[in-house]
Design a protein around this ligand. Structure first.
Ligand code: CP
Length: 302
C-alpha cells in the first residue's frame, strides 16, 4: 500500500483496515510513543469540530510531535481571499502532515493532489470522514470481537451523513447485513444503494425506529445536521424525527452496542448513557488510538 494521504475510505484495502486496527490496539496498550519526534502536523479546520481536531492533536502529542493550525479560518488569510490551493501550498512549507476539515465535497482530494505533504481528510462536506470510519471499525471490533457477518442498523441522516457513507463502503468487505432507518427526505443516496446492490450486500430500509432495532449487533445513530440544509424549514420538518430512549432497548440483542460519531443533539436521550449498550463515549476515546495509527501509516513510521 502507498501510505500517502487518507482522502476516502476506499483508497485503502481490507488488509489496510485490519493493519490499522492492529496498530490502534498497540497504541491503546502503549499510548505514549515518540515516533513523531521532530515532526510537525497542521490541523486546518474550515468547519467546527471537537472530537476530530482534539483527538488528532492528542494523537500527535502522544507520538511526540508538535501541532499548529486553526479552528476558525476567519482568523486566517482565507478571510482576505487566499485560495485553498495557496493555503495548502503555504502550510506544506511549515509541516510534515496536514489534517484538514472543509465544507466542500472533494476539497480533501484536491488538496492531496497539489500538496507536497500527506493530507488526512478530517471530513469534506457530506462526502467522506475516513478517520471516523476507521475508529468506528475499531470500536465495532472491540465490542463484537469481529467485523465479519454483523447486522448494522444505521439511523438518522443517511443522506448527508459522511460517517455513514464511509462506514458502508468499509464494512462492505466484511459480509454485513444493513438496515437503514431514515425519513424519506434523508434516505441513503442512490449511489450507495447501487454500491450495495452491485456487491449483493443485503439491506432493508425503514422509516420507523422502535420496531426495527431488535435484531442488530450495532445500532449506529446519527444527528440530523442543521448545517447541511439549504432550507431551514426542511431541517425543522425532520430535526426530531428519531429519539432513542432507554425503554426501547429492552428487547435488543445482549451483544448490541450503540455507536454515534457525535455530537448528538437529542437523538439519543440522556437516559441511554448509563445503559451498558451505550458505547459512544468509549468510541470517541478510541479515536485517539486509531488516529495515532493513521498518522503513523500515512507518514510510513510503523
Ligand atoms: N465525530 C466528529 O466528527 O465529531 P466532531 O465534529 O466534533 O469532530
Amino acid at each position: 500500500m502507498k501510505y500517502k494521504s487518507l482522502v476516502a475510505i476506499d483508497d485503502y484495502s481490507k488488509d489496510d483496515y485490519l493493519e490499522i486496527m492492529d496498530l490502534a490496539a498497540y497504541f491503546e496498550k502503549n499510548p505514549v510513543q515518540k515516533l513523531l519526534d521532530g515532526k510537525v502536523a497542521a490541523t486546518l479546520f474550515f468547519e467546527p469540530s471537537t472530537r476530530t481536531r482534539l483527538s488528532f492533536e492528542s494523537a500527535v502529542n502522544r507520538l511526540g510531535g508538535k501541532v499548529l493550525g486553526f479552528s476558525d479560518s476567519s482568523q486566517t488569510s482565507v478571510s482576505k481571499g487566499e485560495t485553498l490551493k495557496d493555503t495548502i501550498l503555504m502550510v506544506g512549507c511549515y509541516v510534515d502532515l496536514i489534517i484538514m476539515r472543509h465544507p466542500l465535497e472533494g476539497a480533501a482530494r484536491y488538496a492531496s493532489e497539489i500538496s507536497k505533504v500527506p493530507i488526512i481528510n478530517a471530513g469534506d462536506g457530506a462526502n467522506q470522514h475516513p478517520s471516523q470510519c476507521l475508529l468506528d471499525l475499531y470500536s465495532i471490533t472491540k465490542t463484537q470481537g469481529t467485523l465479519e457477518n454483523l447486522k448494522i442498523t444505521m439511523v438518522g441522516d443517511l443522506k448527508y451523513g459522511r460517517t455513514v457513507h464511509s462506514l458502508i463502503m468499509a464494512l462492505s468487505h466484511f459480509n454485513p447485513t444493513f438496515s437503514f432507518i431514515a425519513p424519506e427526505e434523508l434516505r441513503l443516496p442512490e449511489e450507495y444503494r447501487t454500491f450495495l446492490q452491485q456487491r449483493n450486500i443485503p439491506f432493508e430500509e425503514h422509516t420507523e425506529l422502535a420496531p426495527n432495532i431488535n435484531d442488530c449487533d450495532i445500532l449506529y445513530m446519527t444527528r440530523v445536521q442543521r448545517e447541511r440544509f439549504a432550507d431551514p424549514l426542511e431541517y425543522e420538518k425532520v430535526k426530531n424525527v428519531y429519539i432513542l430512549k432507554n425503554s426501547m432497548l429492552d428487547h435488543t440483542k445482549p451483544n448490541m452496542k450503540i455507536l454515534h460519531p457525535l455530537p448528538r443533539v437529542n437523538e439519543i436521550s440522556t437516559d441511554v448513557d448509563d445503559n451498558p449498550k451505550a458505547y459512544y463515549f468509549e468510541q470517541a476515546q478510541n479515536g485517539v488510538y486509531t488516529r495515532q495509527a493513521i498518522i503513523c501509516k500515512v507518514l510510513q513510521l510503523k
